[in-house]
Design a protein around this ligand. Structure first.
Ligand SMILES: [Zn+2]
Ligand SMILES: [Zn+2]
Length: 155
């Protein structure tokens, strides 16, 4: 099955297309991924047998170890890639349709945070249910790039 998957950073300065069949979708609990994503874990889609093309801009990089580089948008800071000697993976949340590639495996479980397995049981509220407490949301104007390719973009 061949897929055409697109995505990019929050500001739209960096956009990509992933053609062909991607590799595994995973989450990684390792401490380096937590830090690089500013999150409890990193969701990643391996490029695998697919081919990754940067269609607007390119990521900046931080060399997080002697073997791994982390790509991110130099303008908005969105984490974009994990680049290791055995291949590249893309931050799953940056895809225009993150539902398309659900994770199938967890890595780095020795550093899984103690509360991770309980996250789904937390009480939840929708954004609109909080509207009385957050009146400023009524006038919200998003500067985030839309979830599709654009000919031009400036926020
Ligand atoms: Zn950006
Ligand atoms: Zn990791």
């Amino acid at each position: 099955m061949s897929k055409l998957l697109t995505g990019g950073c929050q500001c739209g300065a960096v956009r990509f297309t992933l053609k062909g069949q991607p590799g595994k979708a995973s989450i990684c609990h390792c401490r380096m991924c937590q830090k690089a994503f500013g999150s409890y874990f990193a969701p990643l889609i391996s490029v695998g047998e697919g081919s990754l093309e940067w269609t607007r801009g390119t990521p900046a990089h931080f060399q997080s170890s002697n073997v791994v580089k982390r790509g991110f948008c130099r303008d908005c800071g969105t984490p974009l890639t994990y680049e290791a000697p055995d291949g590249v993976a893309i931050a799953a949340g940056t895809f225009d349709d993150p539902e398309a590639l659900p994770p199938v495996i967890q890595y780095g479980t020795e550093r899984k945070l103690s509360f991770f397995d309980e996250l789904h049981a937390l009480p939840g509220r929708s954004t609109s249910s909080d509207i009385e407490d957050t009146a400023w949301l009524v006038n919200l104007s998003s500067f985030q790039h839309p979830d599709h390719d654009t000919d031009r973009w400036s926020s």
